[in-house]
Design a protein around this ligand. Structure first.
Ligand SMILES: Nc1ncnc2c1ncn2[C@@H]1O[C@H](COP(=O)(O)OP(=O)(O)OP(=O)(O)O)[C@@H](O)[C@H]1O
Ligand SMILES: [Mg+2]
Length: 266
């Protein structure tokens, strides 16, 4: 769970404008109270059964939501009619089994409502982030190779750690490509992120399909609850109170051997 200040700092509404030139194309639409209530009540709409009973109520809702629906549909069209959706902070990853092919692609508002109403992660955010202006962030859908997703750990404005997000998974090319990954992400951080974010210590996620430039997927807090994948909080925490030279290189930690294969060969 995020702390109250985290909800403020890490809301995509807060950081997207500054970083949009290096992030996934996103359109942010405010979430109307009516839809928020629907999500919080965990009402999963079943059109076939309550059509007659609810027709008047639904018509009213449609009228009130007409501004929102127009924005939502325009956004969807701008993003080629297929999007990845998040609230201000999270994707409904725990509801991915409700999506075709488990990939959380949304083609219309019904898809978004289905994912949001079935996601405990999303429900918790809406319950805990008091008085936040909630939103639906519609993001351009991209096909991402899991080996190209990295989480970068920034401590006191210095990039200290890089970990694959697909962890623990073995990718043979990390050994040879390691220096390129470190250099690419260090340069990217120094040019585009350093001193431009609200915090001195935080994590950011990227898709880096080199030789293409990295793309920012998300920012998040750095604390004991953060998933650091290849790193542990125990080893990162002491870095916070340690002075280091500005030019210290980040550590790229990855799985160095395929343990499964070694065991099979035995
Ligand atoms: N625009 C996109 N198109 C397709 N897949 C995406 C897109 N954005 C994210 N994903 C996939 O969904 C995963 C989760 O996305 P993201 O990191 O934005 O969610 P999150 O809720 O912030 O996760 P966490 O809680 O780990 O920070 C990514 O690792 C990626 O595989
Ligand atoms: Mg995140």
């Amino acid at each position: 769970m995020l702390e109250l200040q985290d909800y403020q700092d890490f809301s995509i509404k807060n950081w997207y404008e500054t970083f949009k030139h290096v992030s996934l194309k996103t359109i942010i639409v405010d979430l109307p109270d009516q839809l928020l209530k629907k999500i919080q009540c965990n009402e999963i709409s079943d059109h076939s059964e309550d059509e007659t009973e609810n027709s008047e109520g639904e018509a009213d809702i449609e009228k009130d939501l007409s501004g929102f629906l127009e924005q939502f549909n325009n956004a969807l069209n701008t993003l080629n009619k297929a999007v990845f959706v998040k609230n201000n902070w999270h994707a409904p990853l725990d509801a991915r089994m409700f999506s075709f092919g488990n990939i959380l692609k949304a083609l219309d508002l019904d898809d978004v409502m289905l994912y949001f109403t079935n996601s405990i992660v999303i429900q918790k955010d809406f319950a805990n982030a008091k008085n936040a202006p909630f939103c639906i962030a519609l993001r351009q859908w991209i096909s991402i190779h899991p080996a190209s997703e990295f989480r970068c750990i920034v401590v006191n404005n210095i990039l200290r750690g890089i970990t694959p997000r697909d962890w623990p998974a073995y990718y043979a090319h990390f050994k040879d490509d390691g220096p390129q990954i470190i250099e690419g992400l260090s340069n990217f951080y120094n040019v585009n992120i350093k001193l431009k974010f609200f915090r001195k210590s935080f994590i950011f996620d990227v898709v880096f399909q080199y030789p293409d430039a990295p793309i920012i997927v998300d920012f998040g807090p750095l604390n004991s609850k953060t998933n650091l994948y290849a790193f542990t909080w125990k080893e990162i925490q002491p870095l916070i109170s340690k002075e280091v030279p500005e030019d210290v290189a980040p550590v790229f930690r990855y799985l160095e051997s395929d343990i499964g294969i070694i065991e099979k060969d035995k």
